[in-house]
Ligand binder design. Structure first.
Ligand code: UD1
Length: 426
């Protein structure tokens, strides 16, 4: 593997567009479940095994953080074995925290395990500012003393108590941190109001409960946590990645093929399925299988705005906008969550797309076809959207900086090739 300065891989994807995709994809497990689950293993001084590890680079980086804190981390086939019996450190090194924003999830878990934690301020990232005020306010409401200085956050949970916490906004990360900070310790009950309802939070609840925790209500806006003295090791299989499933469905819709995604409960993707049907795709569901049939040109789906779950996911915004570029008619997309999530749009415009972005709203007029170009991924989902564009563009598209995509998709070129795409990694 070759790396550019700064340790980033310099691999790229070359796509010869215009091939219809057909076939079945078994969806990998969810990055956004596994990252907080890995953080929550810090709460447990015994061995935990996570099955079906998809080995995205974000997961590897989270494992580096755990190892740096003292955990034993073993990758055995597709099992991830984490042993936190040896973990002693409660300070996340800033250079590691910089690589993966989700290191902030370790804050609540470190407080639960050691009663103290020191993490660095995550700052901005590829898709916007990513503040953590809601995490810190929630923890303060629970009695955690927090001192911020020189970009470091020092937390002392020696006086942590239960009680009711209201989140001003249903933040996924803040909800997960508050759950983890409240799971272990002297008998207390914590209630989180206006919690985020994302399915990955329910998965975290199931994992914590499998370790002996007492968390109830995840998936609704009120979550109750009764603390327990200690957790025990467990074996767990996380849920499938609904964003990956959605990405492949959109690939089928754009290329006019028939794609089945297997392993992801259809209700998790209802907001997307609605737009695909509006775009004249046929969508059938059978158990945990979603079957999409698309032929001819897509119709525009009108308006879509990103919202907390069960609304349309911000992590599928770039992919649906890219589909809109080749739909008949005009579409409007509004991004409500992250202010810098249209960085991929100038790259799409290079490929012939007709998109105008004003503040948080993108106006898209469908064009007859996109043309291949050399484009640069600027973040994970924006990067995968450029791959989707390449699949339908005339001629060759080179997607550079694909290390962004590897953060959350495993061997994307292999999956797409198996579906009939002409794509290679060089
Ligand atoms: C998680 C997901 C990410 C997804 C996002 C929204 C993981 C690893 N990442 O990110 O892929 O796009 O949910 O579904 O699970 N906010 C604040 N203050 C805070 C926290 C958040 O203002 O303290 C704002 C954010 O700027 C954003 C909104 O709340 O506008 C949602 O953020 P949040 O739900 O916290 O997303 P993450 O947990 O960071």
């Amino acid at each position: 593997m070759s790396y550019a300065k700064g340790g980033k891989q310099i691999e790229k994807l070359i796509i010869n567009g215009g091939k219809q995709l057909n076939g079945e994809v078994v969806v990998d497990k969810a990055k956004n479940s596994i990252l907080p689950i890995l953080a929550s293993t810090l709460l447990c001084p015994e061995r935990c095994i996570i099955h079906n590890n998809p080995d995205y680079t974000d997961i590897r980086n989270m494992c580096h953080i755990l190892a740096d804190l003292g955990a034993g981390v073993i990758v055995d086939g597709d099992n991830l074995i984490i042993d936190n019996s040896t973990t002693t450190k409660y300070f996340i090194a800033p250079d590691l925290a910089k690589v993966i924003r989700s290191s902030i999830f370790a804050l609540g878990a470190l407080l639960g395990r050691f009663g103290k934690a020191r993490v660095s301020y995550p700052g901005g990232c590829d898709i916007g500012l990513r503040p953590i005020d809601l995490h810190l306010k929630g923890l303060r409401d629970l009695g955690v003393d927090i001192q911020e200085s020189h970009g470091l956050i020092n937390c002392d949970a020696s006086r942590i108590h239960g009680g009711e916490v209201y989140l001003d906004y249903p933040s996924v990360g803040a909800t997960e941190n508050l759950i983890m900070a409240s799971t272990v310790g002297k008998k207390r009950k914590t209630i989180i109001h206006n919690a985020a309802k994302e399915p990955e939070i329910e998965d975290l609840q199931n994992f914590i409960n499998a370790m002996g925790g007492k968390v109830k209500g995840a998936g609704t806006s009120t979550i109750t946590i009764e603390s327990v003295d200690q957790l025990h090791g467990t074996i767990f299989t996380p849920i499938a990645d609904r964003i990956i499933a959605g990405t492949y469905l959109i690939a089928g819709a754009m290329t006019g093929g028939e794609i089945s995604v297997v392993g992801c409960e259809p209700y998790l993707l209802q907001a997307l399925i609605d737009k695909l049907i509006k775009s004249s795709c046929k969508v059938d569901t059978k158990g945990d299988k979603i079957i999409l049939r698309a032929s001819g040109k897509r119709k525009c789906f009108g308006f879509v705005e990103t919202l907390p779950y069960p609304g349309f996911p911000t992590d599928l915004q770039a992919q649906i906008l890219t589909m809109a570029t080749i739909c008949r008619g005009n579409s409007v997309i509004r991004e409500n969550l992250f202010e810098a999530r249209y960085k991929y749009v100038p790259e799409l415009i290079k490929m012939g797309a007709n998109v105008v972005v004003r503040d948080r709203t993108a106006f898209v007029s469908g064009v007859r076809e996109l043309q291949g170009a050399s484009v640069y991924a600027s973040d994970l989902r924006g990067g995968v959207a450029l791959v989707l564009a390449g699949l339908v563009a005339r001629g060759y598209t080179t997607v550079n900086d694909i290390w962004h995509i590897d953060r959350g998709y495993r061997h994307i070129e292999q999956t797409l090739s198996e579906l009939g795409a002409d794509i290679q990694r060089i």
